[in-house]
Ligand binder design. Structure first.
Ligand SMILES: [Zn+2]
Ligand SMILES: [Zn+2]
Length: 129
Protein backbone atom coordinates (compact mmCIF):
# COMPACT_ATOMS: atom_id res chain seq x y z
CA UNK A 1 0.00 0.00 0.00
CA UNK A 2 1.33 3.45 -0.77
CA UNK A 3 0.86 6.16 1.84
CA UNK A 4 -2.20 7.68 0.21
CA UNK A 5 -4.06 4.36 0.00
CA UNK A 6 -2.99 3.45 3.48
CA UNK A 7 -4.25 6.71 5.03
CA UNK A 8 -7.75 5.91 3.84
CA UNK A 9 -7.69 2.13 4.23
CA UNK A 10 -10.22 0.63 6.66
CA UNK A 11 -8.72 -0.43 9.94
CA UNK A 12 -8.59 -4.21 9.86
CA UNK A 13 -6.05 -6.98 10.38
CA UNK A 14 -4.27 -6.11 7.15
CA UNK A 15 -4.11 -2.46 8.13
CA UNK A 16 -2.63 -3.37 11.52
CA UNK A 17 0.03 -5.62 9.97
CA UNK A 18 0.97 -2.75 7.68
CA UNK A 19 0.99 -0.35 10.63
CA UNK A 20 3.38 -2.54 12.64
CA UNK A 21 5.64 -2.94 9.61
CA UNK A 22 5.71 0.83 9.11
CA UNK A 23 6.57 1.45 12.74
CA UNK A 24 9.37 -1.17 12.66
CA UNK A 25 10.77 0.37 9.47
CA UNK A 26 10.73 3.78 11.09
CA UNK A 27 12.82 2.57 14.06
CA UNK A 28 15.23 0.78 11.71
CA UNK A 29 15.55 3.81 9.43
CA UNK A 30 16.24 6.15 12.33
CA UNK A 31 18.55 3.59 13.96
CA UNK A 32 16.84 3.76 17.32
CA UNK A 33 15.70 0.87 19.50
CA UNK A 34 12.68 2.52 21.03
CA UNK A 35 10.67 5.69 21.08
CA UNK A 36 9.85 7.59 24.29
CA UNK A 37 6.87 9.89 24.29
CA UNK A 38 7.27 13.40 25.66
CA UNK A 39 10.07 15.91 25.92
CA UNK A 40 13.20 14.58 27.57
CA UNK A 41 14.16 18.06 28.73
CA UNK A 42 12.65 21.52 29.11
CA UNK A 43 12.43 22.83 25.52
CA UNK A 44 12.97 26.42 26.72
CA UNK A 45 15.95 25.91 29.03
CA UNK A 46 17.28 22.66 27.53
CA UNK A 47 17.87 21.14 30.92
CA UNK A 48 16.53 17.72 31.99
CA UNK A 49 13.35 17.51 34.05
CA UNK A 50 13.81 16.85 37.76
CA UNK A 51 12.37 13.71 39.41
CA UNK A 52 8.84 15.05 39.52
CA UNK A 53 8.79 16.40 35.97
CA UNK A 54 9.58 20.04 36.68
CA UNK A 55 12.13 22.23 34.99
CA UNK A 56 14.64 23.26 37.67
CA UNK A 57 15.24 26.58 35.90
CA UNK A 58 11.88 27.97 34.76
CA UNK A 59 9.50 25.70 36.72
CA UNK A 60 7.70 24.53 33.58
CA UNK A 61 5.89 21.20 33.96
CA UNK A 62 6.65 18.27 31.67
CA UNK A 63 2.98 17.23 31.63
CA UNK A 64 1.93 20.64 30.25
CA UNK A 65 4.74 20.88 27.75
CA UNK A 66 3.93 17.36 26.52
CA UNK A 67 0.29 18.17 25.66
CA UNK A 68 -0.29 16.97 22.10
CA UNK A 69 -1.07 19.58 19.46
CA UNK A 70 -3.04 19.41 16.24
CA UNK A 71 -1.06 19.26 13.03
CA UNK A 72 -1.38 18.30 9.37
CA UNK A 73 2.29 17.43 9.27
CA UNK A 74 2.73 13.74 8.37
CA UNK A 75 3.46 11.49 11.34
CA UNK A 76 7.18 10.79 11.44
CA UNK A 77 6.52 7.30 12.81
CA UNK A 78 3.95 5.58 10.58
CA UNK A 79 3.88 8.29 7.89
CA UNK A 80 0.14 8.95 8.24
CA UNK A 81 -0.84 12.13 6.42
CA UNK A 82 -4.15 12.48 8.18
CA UNK A 83 -4.36 15.60 10.32
CA UNK A 84 -4.60 14.96 14.04
CA UNK A 85 -2.83 14.95 17.34
CA UNK A 86 0.92 15.07 17.21
CA UNK A 87 3.01 14.10 20.21
CA UNK A 88 6.62 14.94 20.84
CA UNK A 89 8.78 11.82 20.99
CA UNK A 90 12.45 11.13 21.46
CA UNK A 91 14.80 8.27 20.75
CA UNK A 92 18.38 7.48 21.64
CA UNK A 93 20.65 7.23 18.62
CA UNK A 94 23.36 4.89 19.78
CA UNK A 95 25.86 5.55 17.04
CA UNK A 96 26.01 9.31 17.59
CA UNK A 97 25.13 9.11 21.32
CA UNK A 98 22.50 11.78 20.71
CA UNK A 99 18.84 12.19 21.48
CA UNK A 100 16.77 12.57 18.33
CA UNK A 101 13.29 14.11 18.38
CA UNK A 102 10.15 13.36 16.36
CA UNK A 103 6.53 14.39 16.03
CA UNK A 104 4.26 11.34 15.95
CA UNK A 105 0.52 10.68 15.75
CA UNK A 106 -1.65 9.45 18.62
CA UNK A 107 -1.43 5.85 17.33
CA UNK A 108 2.35 5.90 17.33
CA UNK A 109 2.45 7.53 20.76
CA UNK A 110 0.28 4.71 22.10
CA UNK A 111 2.14 2.00 20.23
CA UNK A 112 5.52 3.28 21.41
CA UNK A 113 4.34 3.16 25.02
CA UNK A 114 2.38 -0.12 25.02
CA UNK A 115 3.53 -2.13 22.01
CA UNK A 116 -0.04 -2.26 20.64
CA UNK A 117 -2.82 0.18 19.79
CA UNK A 118 -5.70 1.27 22.01
CA UNK A 119 -8.46 -1.21 22.99
CA UNK A 120 -11.01 0.14 20.52
CA UNK A 121 -8.61 -0.20 17.59
CA UNK A 122 -7.38 -3.63 18.72
CA UNK A 123 -11.00 -4.80 18.85
CA UNK A 124 -11.58 -3.61 15.29
CA UNK A 125 -8.42 -5.17 13.85
CA UNK A 126 -9.07 -8.41 15.75
CA UNK A 127 -5.64 -8.40 17.30
CA UNK A 128 -6.50 -8.13 21.00
CA UNK A 129 -3.71 -9.79 22.94
ZN1 LIG B 1 12.68 25.49 31.68
ZN1 LIG C 1 1.98 7.54 13.38
Amino acid sequence: MNTHEWDHAPRNAEWYAEYEARFARFLAREEIDALSIGHHECPTCQVPWDDVGHCPKCDAEAAEVDEPHFSWKPCEGCGSRLGGERHRATGWHNQSQMVVTFEVCADCAYYASFGRLDDVTMEIVGGAR
